[in-house]
Write a protein that binds this ligand. Sequence first.
Ligand SMILES: *Cc1c(COP(=O)(O)O)cnc(C)c1O
Length: 931
Amino acid sequence: MLSFLGYSSMDHFVSDVIPSNILVRRPLSIEPIAGFSECELTARLRSIANKNTILRSYIGAGYYGTIVPPVIQRNILECPEWYTSYTPYQPEISQGRLESLLNFQTMVTDLTGMSIANASLLDEATAAAEAMLLSFNSARGKKKTFYVDPSLHPQTIACIRSRASPFNINIVYDLPDIDEDLFGGVAQYPATNGSLIDYSVLSNRIHSAGGLFSMASDLLALCILKPPSEFGADIVFGSAQRFGVPMGYGGPHAAFFAASDKLKRKIPGRLVGISKDRLGNNAFRLALQTREQHIRREKATSNICTAQALLANMAAMYAIYHGPTGLQNIANRVHSLTSILASVLIKLGFPVINPTWFDTLTVSVADSREVVAHAVAKFGINLRQIDRHHVSISIDETVSKQDLLDLASIFATLPALQLGISATHPAIVPSVFSRSGNILEYEVFTSHHTETEMLRYVHHLQSKDLSLANSMIPLGSCTMKLNATTQMIPISWPEFSSLHPFAPRDQARGYMELIGELETDLADITGFAATSLQPNSGAQGEYAGLRVIRAYFEAKGESHRNICLIPVSAHGTNPASAAMAGMKVVAVKCTAQGELDLTDLKQKANRYSSELAAMMVTYPSTFGIFEPKVREAIDIVHASGGQVYMDGANMNAQIGLTSPGDLGADVCHLNLHKTFCIPHGGGGPGVGPICVRQHLVPYLPSHPIIPAVDSAYAIEPVAAAPWGSASILAISWAYIKLMGAQGITRSTEYALLNANYMANRLREHYPILYTDGGRRCAHEFIVDLRDLHDSAGIEAIDVAKRLQDYGFHAPTMSWPVSGTLMVEPTESESLSELDRFCDAMIAIKAEIDEIVDGKQPRVNNLLKNAPHSMKDLLQSDDEAWKSRPYTRQRAAYPLEYLNGHKFWPSVTRVDDTYGDLNLFCTCEPISLQDE
Ligand SMILES: *Cc1c(COP(=O)(O)O)cnc(C)c1O
């Protein structure tokens, strides 16, 4: 490959690709330098895992024990077809996971009683913040007061406060007497102390003030409880964790978010809808994408890009496997065990202070710290300490009779607090809270209750989807790389998966070691002083980083600095995150050569110098080039008193060769689900840590329950759990340790080499943007298709869809430049795979040339009719087929390799407009199917 590009050595090549003022080659101090072998790595991870202590947890507070059905664990969580697929932007090769996410949405709307639900958010606490912001925006920012009910979990309240501060939203914990300024309120059902509370009055008061009422809830409880819709909720959110997703010391889990019909066009996050394909068949797709940050930028409904697709799929499958009766049995059993425990505790002389419950009891004790310590020491049980005189106990589906006996024994071995109190509590759910009618009456939730049926359903869906198990997914900016099996295995070990995030820290020694090492390695890689692993996605990292910058300015008495300069080429999450952090976005131009326009930057930095907070810059730029002038740009911003935020999504092109810290930036986020091998999961999970220079370290986010940092200046949390999605950190830790300092630098070099090799092969057939004059691209490059519009009537989307017929997922389409494809091969693709993709692109160019030459018509041709499903090719009889100016053979098997290696799109091209006009986001209920 080097000689194809005209080089004699990798060093020679690298120094040609990376400008000399950028190439630093600071030796990394990752241990071991040469990397572990897989066996050594597993042994080391075992010894770390053994330092975690797994006790039984009844802490609750949003995280519960659950039984992951093995058929789901092995065939979804541990199955590369599910965990390596991309966000379903190409619906024709993603129908399986789109159907599964639609099942998730259906389950959520059914259990909450709302009319529409999205396909997951990041966690319950940030979902609460999204509910607040949706309510705030619905009042068009004219009202500033938001009511937060004491029934919410503490971490939820902390995230709400954190997100309220940039907008100067006034959070109140008592309903104001005069509520003209009230734009909404939020309460939790069941409450954090376990109570069931009738929120009708609260809901009416908020509505009469013209506000929106949001409710946090719990899907298992809702299987037997009256749905929040019946209390007048406008928004319902919560965590789907206890539907078969392990606690994992905090995550990842899917949050759900449902709303009333009138809010459907304002919902944050991804939404799956039903549309039609070219043949008129039903087909799933992502709906209403025009709400999202890719198009709306700072005006988007949220900054959420990566969400929790894999975990939403697991939760939906859990509901499908158990079905309505199974789920209600689980819920009833949890409730009965809780009721039995309540009567035992009361008999033992411990008052239960919540008069009603689903699964949680708050118990009066003399000294809660003593009780908690006694439970750990004598019974290996974690209870939740509420305050000095109360503990709480949350029961879940894993609790056995023996567990219940042990729980009772904790109290039986303590001196009674108040003997002789009578058990007046109800053992059944009071009728105002009990659910009437059936749940989940949809065919999919009532048909797959044997393991055989379940396995076949899971497999049926996955076989429709193209993932890294099929072929390379060359998505520019998204870095879809290999996820080695050795890196993945530990996430299922109970020592990592079964820990409650609020368990005492001395039970998480293994996690502390792993987290500490990962933080250190990431700081080293980025050239910074410290890392926060809390943010649950790249976009959350951006938000966290900008909040840290604001906190820094506030501490310096410069809180008026609120301008954020963002190049027009930036990823949509950048402006959306800046808006969420309360900053004003000012766009900076790019030159015709795709570089930052330094003249424009200088002008704007000068004009706004007194208010400048930050510049956000992606490096290598989103156009895939190492701009030599980035240091100059950073100096300009610093000279005007601003901080530099580097979007590190493209870190795959920097590691070991250069770094944000070495270039002079102040903070960056990384996408562990891109560069650091956490698989994309079909749209999540993700981890978006931030790394910061020394002066920003005191401001890194903390946590109200388990302080993640020790600083009086720490910003409030940006996620529900102290270390975000802790369980999947093991994947990135393992990647770094397998590579070592040498290997990880080598992988950067290969990423650059692979991209330049492909760019050079394709250059003879397509214009490649921004690499003219012999300049090389970085780790990705842009194929320009804009001329084909006039010469052949062909658009980027036609090439993208035709690539599906060749067995490939399209590169990033029309971003950052409209009418182009951006290709990123990563270091993990072999030469033969790179060549196979280039061969496909070159063959497609030949098909386009036939249109240009008039040999094929401009409307009815191989590209416009792409992709070709099996049904499309088989159903038209020979007469009908004659209207096609090409053979079936050419449609489906245009190149030799396809004869032994064919992937079939399951539908033909999906109609986007139809789907948005006829928005339909749930399965069809059985009653409708019968009509
Ligand atoms: C992927 C990406 C992001 C956003 O990351 P998410 O995890 O999807 O939120 C931000 N910036 C760039 C350049 C990216 O490629």
